[in-house]
Design a protein around this ligand. Structure first.
Ligand SMILES: [Zn+2]
Length: 121
């Protein structure tokens, strides 16, 4: 590669090409967001959080073979009750059956670990 070619390569990395990269990615990102929204509307589980289980009444989430998010009881696993947990805040959900607040399992574990660490201080 001679110095003239090198100069050309460096020019390619300047702002105009970065702008065109952004212009290429932006519609893709918008498409992805639209697909996720669509999957959500269809009741498909996006795998973006832990499955929930209500400690009060035992209602639990499950994912079917086709990827559908359902809720069921321990006595009738994989039988959709038709109920859905509703999001209250970032990691908190409300049980549609008994109304209890349910924290996402992973978040609950982290919170427990954090409290244990604090008690040691
Ligand atoms: Zn419940």
């Amino acid at each position: 590669m001679n110095s003239l070619e090198l100069q050309n390569v460096q020019d390619d990395n300047s702002d105009p090409s970065l702008n065109s990269l952004c212009a290429t990615i932006k519609p893709l990102a918008q498409q992805l967001a639209a697909v996720q929204k669509q999957a959500d509307a269809m009741g498909l589980f996006a795998n973006d959080r832990e499955l929930l289980e209500c400690s009060q009444c035992g209602l639990m989430e499950d994912v079917t073979h086709s990827g559908l998010l359902i809720t069921c009881r321990e006595s009738a696993i994989a039988q959709d009750t038709g109920l859905r947990f509703t999001k209250e805040s970032d990691q908190t959900f409300r049980c549609p059956s008994c109304g209890a607040l349910v924290t996402e399992p992973l978040a609950a574990e982290l919170e427990k670990a954090r409290k244990q660490l604090e008690m040691r201080k």
